[in-house]
Design a protein around this ligand. Structure first.
Ligand code: R2B
Ligand code: URA
Length: 337
């Protein structure tokens, strides 16, 4: 914020669920006029949490009674999540080097070392968390991550899923930034059964964040980057119209007809977490994006035939893009913008 002189005001962000925006900063223009700017908390919507003396985040092996979450995580501004634990470790090493925040005396300890469900690493304002494969696995992780960020009183958090996917009509290695997350019926909603009833949730993502990420891809010019719709499925094989699973009761023509319909809905890639990720981040008021590399073009085949080295190289593309974005954001903040 050029020309503005910020004075932080103490604020209580412990119960932000009822108010979505809090006034946390008074800013002064260069002429001395006081203005206020809003900061965005991480919201939970659960009155039962208030009645609990302690909240155990079981799958992280963390808790409010055992860990000082505001001290451990209060400064987090960027959360990157991805399926594989190895990839999320290599991401933290990458971002530490990019931000010049390497610690020669430490090998980035796994904050969730007390469990083998998920891994979590932190460098400065960046948190890297694994989520496993599929909707149930990422949903469990997100419940606990959102509560963690809430308990830690984090504000203005951006969360990005950096993952892999199957492309639709795009060159393998292309990064797809999701415009709209669609379910396997090509609808922009996430459906969950709660108390025996199907509940529908919106899968809208932050469009300005998607455009900023596209801009980063254009600046980098290292790999193709596009904004397009992402279809999220409940399975890698039959759910994604593959012909190479253990079971398949449809023809190649059926498969092609379905994938053509998917392409006609503006879908550029298929993966397995985008809908619930978008829905849960929207409910908690976190700015969110899905940034996935395509490993193959599903209009041309089903099997991942590229070499291990090529696939590992492709998986670095979302990390490079998101790393560039984080660096840009931190630079702008340091410059007062
Ligand atoms: C992409 O890749 C995984 C399946 O191989 C799944 O987690 C996803 O969304
Ligand atoms: N991940 C998926 O979900 N599908 C693919 O085809 C590749 C990666």
């Amino acid at each position: 914020m050029e020309g503005y002189n910020k004075e932080r005001q103490n604020c209580d962000s412990r119960s932000p669920d009822r108010i979505n925006f809090q006034i946390t900063e008074f800013c002064r223009t260069s002429e001395g006029k006081a203005i206020m700017s809003a900061s965005r908390p991480v919201s939970v919507h659960n009155p039962h949490l208030d009645a609990m003396t302690e909240d155990i985040l079981y799958h992280f092996s963390l808790g409010t009674g055992t860990h000082d979450l505001p001290a451990m995580f209060g400064d987090v501004k960027f959360v990157c999540v991805g399926g594989s634990s190895t990839r999320m470790k290599s991401f933290i090493e990458y971002i530490a080097a990019e931000l010049n925040m390497q610690d020669p005396n430490s090998d980035y300890p796994n904050i969730c070392a007390g469990t083998d469900r998920y891994v979590m690493y932190k460098v400065g304002p960046v948190l890297s968390v694994s989520h496993g494969m599929g909707v149930p696995s990422i949903a469990i992780m997100l419940h606990e991550l959102i509560k963690l960020l809430h308990h830690a009183r984090c504000t203005d958090v951006t969360i990005m899923r950096i993952g892999t996917s199957g492309g639709i009509g795009v060159e393998p290695g292309t990064v797809v930034v999701t415009k709209q997350a669609l379910n396997d019926m090509l609808l922009p909603k996430f459906e969950q059964v709660i108390l025996g009833q199907t509940v529908e949730r919106s899968t809208d993502l932050d469009q300005s964040l998607a455009q900023e990420l596209l801009q980063c891809g254009n600046e980098l010019k290292q790999f193709p980057t596009v904004v397009g719709n992402t279809m999220c499925t409940m399975d890698f094989y039959e759910g994604q119209a593959r012909l190479d699973g253990a079971f398949c009761y449809y023809t190649e023509a059926d498969k092609q007809a379905y994938l053509n319909k998917v392409r006609d809905a503006g879908v550029c890639n298929i993966e397995m977490e985008a809908t619930v990720f978008a829905a849960m981040c929207k409910l908690s008021g976190i700015r969110a994006a899905v940034v996935c590399v395509t490993l193959l073009d599903r209009l041309k085949g089903d099997q991942l035939t590229s070499s291990h080295e090529v696939l590992v190289g492709f998986q670095e593309h979302p990390q490079i893009l998101v790393g560039h974005f984080i660096k840009k954001q931190l630079k702008a903040k340091a410059a007062g913008n």
